[in-house]
Write a new protein. Structure first.
Length: 228
């Protein structure tokens, strides 16, 4: 596995409803460190779910009832494309792509296909062949440094696939960041219903700066830690 170069890393492909902990090991030319302390547990839920709830007044405004906007959505067969495709985070090793749901989104659950293209060309290829995207955020690795990319997104439901969104502005990987010292405190921030962002702070500097970090996850209640 390729170690992470900076003290922050998206972790995708987690299971909605399950609770996870994370810890980190540093690696340099002498070997791999002991693991950090485990992060606090974090449960995977859809962060957009609360945004789809709304209060409707009744009884002359004296009472309200909470309903999901999904119940009020019109019937949509082939979905509309997403909008506002943009980079919400740019690092040396990855880009986090975000977008808005189509409006109207329809009652059916949506997932998404992400496509990438070298800026200035019109040759598009799938960027998430192995990872289904059920949220409006996705981390992209495997991008070439020094190249600019444009991205577009398609909505998918049980009836079919939308036309592509308007492409994003050209996006490049961030400037090179010097590898920091070994990890200490590990924090997790719920990102989507199936992903988190794991972040750790710099500990005391050792004799040699690390070449990177390995991030590990463990489903709470199990004994096994796995690299992510």
């Amino acid at each position: 596995d390729k170690p992470v170069k900076i003290c922050r890393s998206p972790v995708v492909g987690l299971t909605e409803g399950k609770t996870y902990q994370f810890r980190v090991k540093a690696v340099n030319r002498a070997g791999i460190s002991n693991p950090s302390k485990a992060s606090d547990p974090v449960t995977m839920i859809d962060p957009n779910e609360s945004k789809r709830l709304m209060n409707i007044p009744y009884d002359d405004g004296m009472r309200t009832i909470m309903v999901s906007k999904d119940e009020l959505e019109p019937e949509v067969k082939i979905p509309l494309p997403p909008t506002n495709v943009h980079a919400s985070e740019v690092r040396e090793d990855y880009v986090v792509l975000s977008w808005d749901e189509p409006d109207p989104r329809g009652k059916e659950p949506l997932s998404y296909y992400i496509e990438k293209s070298i800026a200035g060309t019109d040759s598009w290829q799938m960027a998430n062949l192995d990872v289904p995207v059920n949220s409006t955020t996705f981390a992209l690795f495997d991008l070439d440094k020094g190249k600019s990319y444009c991205f577009r997104v398609r909505s998918v439901n049980k009836y079919g696939v939308s036309e592509p969104s308007v492409p994003s502005d050209p996006i490049s990987l961030g400037e090179k960041i010097a590898p920091p010292p070994p990890p200490s405190q590990v924090l997790t921030f719920r990102d989507t219903s199936t992903s988190v962002v794991v972040q750790w702070s710099k500990p005391k500097e050792g004799q040699e700066k690390p070449l990177g970090y390995y991030v590990y996850s463990q489903e709470v209640g199990t004994e096994e830690w796995e690299t992510v």
